[in-house]
Write a protein of this length. Sequence first.
Length: 159
Amino acid sequence: MIIRSAVPADLPGIHRLLDQVLAIHAEGRPDLFRAGTRKYTDTEILGLIADADRPCFVALDEDVAPGELLGYALCAVKDYSSSHSMQPIRTLYIDDFCVDEAARGQHVGTALYNYVLDWAREQGFYNITLNVWECNPSARRFYEAMGMQVQKTEMEAIL
């Protein structure tokens, strides 16, 4: 398996995996997520790939066609150096993380997460953060197994 920074040729694979992520969320929270949509348009994905403050990583087998990704991690740099109330740290926020449903259980997620973790350490980040939806308990278990712990809790009251 190869893990590397995403390039424009990865667009079809990222697109396909975004569909899988949205399907999980739309099934778990149809009151919030619209089935058959995606978090990002193709133009937005290409913008993320080109943005140094939005590192994007992909996992793939060496022997597959372009677009046949095993997984991705779409990240964002959060810089608190100008904050009046927060410590002046840089956080790498994992905005979206997906392993192809056909590749789950093959340690792709572990390898991809560890790659992102090592990259963030090398770049001098203080921490890595992400959000996980309660309707996706397998994702939560995965992140906990990776050593992540709850930093804060977002709550809701449906009206």
